[in-house]
Design a protein around this ligand. Structure first.
Ligand code: COA
Length: 416
């Protein structure tokens, strides 16, 4: 099956998570992704949090599937020469080095554009160009703090909290992938490449859009009616942390189910969607609430919403999270069990859809990873193993016209 990005060659100058998540996605969709790594060590995640001695860590294998690995010391003249050749023959270069690293290596945007005016140069940085923090190196949790996620996540009586979801890393990579695909379409029209830049702070903030909405509402009216602080608590002049509150017109909370005393994940998320109030009352056997003025409207329920959640927990006390959802789904109530990583890894539906895939690997045996969350009617992205360090060095160099002797010489000077 022809994949849409077949024929697009990408120099993958990325490391850790943000950049690799982007290029992995493009590789699933058919791009020829060549990961350029430092000889001897490669991407730092190959060694981070190893669970099998001498085998690439899962951190690396789960972010670098479907790629080739070329080792190249791009600080050596011989390595730079190889990179220049590769740049002339590629469509995209993606990087997420610390600020200024590519310039210091001698590959500024101007130089790259001179070498290949059709090439798209895509970068992830912690902060956008010209930002007063644009000299900072940034990791996931730093970005979550800088992008507004931490100050709005967690409970009001606790500290700012980091989400387990990679809002700073993989999320930024996904934004970059959209930027690259847009620039490729643009190139079809203009024949020219361009620079695409995404900052982790901006990407986190983009996902915190509704919190900026809330800041403006708070400034205008002084309270936020869907937050647990309303109407009994206090608001300051900044958006507070709302715990597990649901947003907009559908309040919700994480509620205890049977077994919560010993199982930290025996919970469901329960949403009280406005127009589902009647089915909710029927599901709970509280039909008297349907027309009771103290319960009938969202406004009437809000002042005692936690008393309502307590009643629902009473109903849940003899039901597991799965049994509860099986009943509530019949009443069209938006809800889900709180699923653990163990449950997700073994979920037959996720296996069948290709969202959780088992990938054979030369050194590890096999490993589980998250496959493409994007599904197509005409293409099923296949996940193949991440490359060993330098696995494709010879293949890539020969493709660039280097002879066996040239490759030997490059090895002698430790440039590959
Ligand atoms: N050959 C020779 N040198 C290489 C090389 C290669 N193939 N690949 C990388 N290098 C060098 C770079 O030239 C640079 O050297 P320099 O600092 O002497 O100029 C160095 O390796 C890489 O530096 P840097 O990217 O700053 O690495 P770091 O480990 O100090 O910092 C980050 C890691 C992630 C904090 C930093 O890269 C960063 O802030 N990136 C942007 C934001 C980002 O993506 N963060 C999220 C990561 S999940």
């Amino acid at each position: 099956m022809t994949k849409p990005l077949e024929g697009i060659r990408i120099i993958d100058f990325t490391h850790v998570q943000a950049g690799p998540a982007c290029t992995q996605l493009l590789a699933w969709f058919g791009a020829d992704v060549i990961k350029v790594e430092r000889p001897g060590s490669g991407d730092v995640t190959r060694n981070q949090l190893r669970d099998i001695p001498d085998a690439d860590a899962l951190y690396f294998t789960m972010l670098n599937s479907n790629k080739k690995s070329l080792t190249l010391d791009t600080k050596k003249p011989e390595g730079k020469e190889v990179l220049e050749k590769l740049i002339r023959e590629s469509d995209v270069l993606v990087e997420n080095f610390g600020p200024g690293a590519l310039d210091r290596m001698g590959f500024s945007w101007e130089r790259l554009n001179e070498l290949n005016p059709k090439m798209i140069v895509a970068s992830v940085k912690g902060f956008s160009d010209g930002h007063h923090y644009d000299d900072l190196k940034v990791y996931e949790n730093v970005a979550q703090c800088a992008g507004g996620a931490a100050s709005t996540t967690g409970f009001w009586d606790g500290p700012p909290t980091i989400s387990a979801a990679a809002l700073g890393d993989s999320n930024t990579g996904m934004h970059l992938a959209i930027g690259i695909l847009t620039a490729l379409l643009g190139r079809d029209k203009t024949g020219k490449g361009q620079k695409v830049a995404v900052s982790m702070q901006d990407s986190v903030l983009n996902l915190c859009r509704v919190k900026l909405r809330d800041q403006q509402r708070l400034e205008r009216v002084g309270y936020l009616e869907e937050y647990p602080q309303y109407p009994h608590g206090e608001f300051s002049d900044v958006v507070p942390r709302g715990g597990n509150a649901g947003g907009g017109g559908q309040p919700g909370w994480v509620l205890k189910c049977k077994g919560w005393e010993t199982d930290p994940n025996a919970y469901i998320y329960f949403t009280i969607q406005g127009h589902a109030w009647e089915p909710i009352c029927k599901a709970l056997g509280k039909t008297e609430w349907i027309d009771d003025p103290a319960y009938k409207t969202a406004e009437a329920r809000q002042p005692h919403i936690f008393e309502i959640f307590k009643t629902i927990e009473g109903w849940l006390a003899d039901k597991t999270k799965f049994e509860a959802v099986d009943i509530l789904r019949k009443f069209d109530i938006p809800c889900a069990p709180v699923l653990t990583m163990k449950e997700l890894a073994n979920d037959p539906s996720l296996r069948a859809s290709g969202t959780i895939v088992e990938v054979p690997h030369k050194k590890r045996g096999s490993y589980l990873t998250v496959g493409s969350p994007i599904k197509f009617s005409d293409m099923k992205p296949e996940v193949t193993a991440s490359p060993l360090l330098g696995e494709h060095t010879e293949e890539v160099l020969m493709g660039l016209g280097y002879s066996q002797q040239d490759i030997f010489n490059l090895r002698e000077v430790k440039a590959v």
